[in-house]
Design a binder for this molecule. Structure first.
Ligand code: F6R
Length: 242
């Protein structure tokens, strides 16, 4: 794993965005895996800014999001469909039909998981996956205890994840209890991974990932066994590293 320490969140976002942009220039039909949450929004802002200023085009890019809540309509401001349109898709020239997110409102959710997994494979897999990390070590919504051999599946969200994400909802009660997420094996199949880690609340998780043993009880530790991972971490997040 390569670790890039930055002094600020802005620098982290700038550096990760610059690398993503150069990969799109090198391969205009890049298959890009995306995450939601607070951490990648700075990167998305810079991709939008660069698209405006330098005309980097996404006309041939396909995106694949990690996860989506179950039973939240795509139009709901708390859905990840809505989040991605607001934070990225509506501001670049990517055709919406080339943006892919699991459908948490599908009638047959098990079937939807299978379809999404197969769909990614039919596209030849993900070239570059952007990840954030939960304080409990989750990647995607793969909570502690999720099998490293898991593919896209339905997950029961842990109370700590629901609490952490309740900041986006009116109350904790409104936070969904389940989500569809790419599995750990689906994530590990990506050719390259960028993990973005920002803020003091992630310092323990990052230290455990970098120093710790590889264990399903802390899902992100699986990244130690991937050949091409770059971690971008700001000063606060790196505070507990040696
Ligand atoms: C989001 C996702 C999650 C987040 C993680 C960190 O699609 O899969 O794993 O990356 O919960 O979220 P933030 O960035 O809000 O701290």
């Amino acid at each position: 794993m390569k670790l890039i320490k930055t002094s600020t969140y802005e620098e982290l976002s700038q550096m990760a965005a610059a690398q993503i942009i150069s990969k799109i220039h090198a391969n205009p039909s890049l298959k890009l895996g995306l995450a939601t949450g607070s951490t990648p929004t700075g990167v998305y802002k810079r991709l939008i800014q660069d698209h405006g200023e330098n005309k980097t085009t996404y006309k041939q890019v396909n995106t694949f999001n990690l996860d989506e809540y179950i039973e939240i309509s795509k139009k709901d401001p708390n859905s990840y469909h809505y989040f991605m349109c607001e934070n990225l898709f509506d501001h670049i020239d990517i055709p919406l039909e080339q943006t892919h997110i699991p459908d948490g409102t599908a009638k047959d959710l098990e079937e939807e998981c299978k379809r999404y997994e197969q769909f990614i494979q039919d596209h030849g897999g993900i070239d570059l996956q952007i990840l954030g990390i939960g304080q409990n070590g989750h990647i995607g919504f793969n909570e502690p205890g999720t099998s490293f051999s898991s593919r896209t599946h339905i997950i029961n969200l842990s109370e700590s994840t629901r609490k952490a994400n309740s900041r986006f909802f009116k109350s904790l009660e409104d936070v969904p209890r389940q989500a569809i997420t790419m599995g750990i094996a689906s994530i590990m199949a990506s050719k390259e991974i960028f993990l973005l880690v920002s803020g003091a609340s992630k310092a323990e998780a990052l230290a455990r990932l970098v120093n710790g043993e590889v264990s399903e009880s802390f899902p992100a530790t699986v990244l130690n066994s991937h050949k091409n991972v770059t971690i971008f971490a700001d000063k606060e997040a790196s505070a507990l590293l040696p």
